[in-house]
Ligand binder design. Structure first.
Ligand code: ZN
Length: 154
């Protein structure tokens, strides 16, 4: 099987059987992001735990609708950030943004940080779809930074 086909299979699997889908309680922050160019939407909740250096992503949950790339990307994002430290989750987020902007060479990619998100590498060639792939990750980054700010002021 070609690598490209394998990647498409990974994306379709996540689309058909999304991980972490369904909004859950409790949560610190809820955000709603849309990608108007494609019509994709996501509502995402984040619950942080711990403090200082040890802040962890206790739970991420989401509900969404839209194209297969946007929905599969949310499922993949969940796998990479759920239960990790916030630092690690944000690093994965940066790595994925870099992948979408073709800012990194294939051999420089951190496969452990990316997990199945590496299957989206082909999407970077289609500028119109990059926003679809980034939607869930941007929503997570937004929610996590709001949750962190909330924690620091409380
Ligand atoms: Zn889309």
């Amino acid at each position: 099987m070609q690598l490209e086909q394998m990647y498409q299979q990974v994306i379709m699997d996540h689309y058909k059987h999304p991980h972490g889908k369904g909004l859950r309680d409790p949560f610190d922050v809820e955000v709603h992001h849309v990608n108007p160019t494609c019509g994709d939407e996501i509502t995402l909740r984040v619950k942080l735990g711990g403090s200082g250096e040890a802040v962890a992503v206790e739970d991420v949950s989401f509900e969404g609708q839209g194209c297969s790339i946007s929905q599969a990307s949310a499922s993949v994002m969940f796998d990479q950030v759920e239960g990790t430290s916030l630092t690690e989750a944000l690093r994965a987020n940066e790595e994925f943004s870099a992948l979408m902007q073709s800012a990194v060479q294939d051999q420089e990619l951190d496969e452990e940080l990316l997990g199945d998100a590496i299957a989206f590498s082909g999407v970077a060639q289609y500028p119109a779809r990059i926003k679809c792939a980034l939607l869930a990750w941007m929503a997570f980054k937004d929610a996590a930074s709001q949750a962190l700010a909330k924690e620091q002021t409380s």
